[in-house]
Write a protein that binds this ligand. Structure first.
Ligand SMILES: CC(C)(COP(=O)(O)OP(=O)(O)OC[C@H]1O[C@@H](n2cnc3c(N)ncnc32)[C@H](O)[C@@H]1OP(=O)(O)O)[C@@H](O)C(=O)NCCC(=O)NCCS
Length: 149
């Protein structure tokens, strides 16, 4: 898969403008800290919160790829293998893995990571189908995903 990331911040001159057009970025990463209001009474992340974070990561990855408004059309079953505790990090890695004419399939891995020890586990993986929309809210064509050699 082709990934064209922006240059690392240390290599970019201050104030330099760049444009990352549709079809260039296939991946994004979101990191959140689990605070008490996101947990159940066991002190672990609510499943609904985990799904919301995964959907957010899928939304950002799809929007950056398409450079259009996107909506979630579907999400597949997610199994939660490990709890994420209050005070741990949730690290979400979202990748556009397929495109149709107007839809994008985004795979999202959710890792839990202990901030102090660095222990890290893949807790769940899910796929989301996002659909790009035009200014009238109708499905809009997106660039096809290309394979890297
Ligand atoms: C998603 C939505 C834009 C599709 O609109 P539509 O008029 O049914 O679109 P179409 O039938 O022309 O399909 C457009 C694309 O979406 C895909 N699609 C539509 N519904 C889908 C579904 N349930 N699952 C997977 N893909 C779907 C189609 O396969 C098609 O893909 P392609 O262009 O890559 O071949 C529309 O159903 C919608 O707005 N849903 C609400 C979205 C929303 O609010 N999400 C948040 C929910 S909390």
């Amino acid at each position: 898969m082709r990934t064209s990331e922006p240059e690392s911040t240390s290599a970019v001159e201050l104030g330099r403008h760049e444009r990352l057009d549709a079809g260039r970025l296939t991946e994004c990463r979101l990191i959140e800290m689990v605070f008490p209001e996101q947990t159940n009474h066991y002190g672990t992340l609510f499943g609904g919160q985990a799904l919301a974070l995964m959907d957010k990561a899928a939304f950002v990855a799809a929007s950056r790829y398409a450079r259009r408004t996107v909506v979630t059309a579907s999400s597949e079953k997610c199994d939660f293998h490990v709890p994420v505790r209050q005070g741990q990090l949730v690290d979400l890695v979202a990748r556009v893995v397929a495109t149709g004419k107007t839809s994008l399939t985004v795979e999202v891995d959710l890792y839990s990571e202990d901030l102090l020890t660095g222990d890290r586990q893949l807790g769940t993986r899910g796929r989301f189908v996002m659909v790009a929309l035009d200014a009238h809210g109708k499905p809009a064509a997106i660039p096809p995903l290309r394979e890297t050699k």
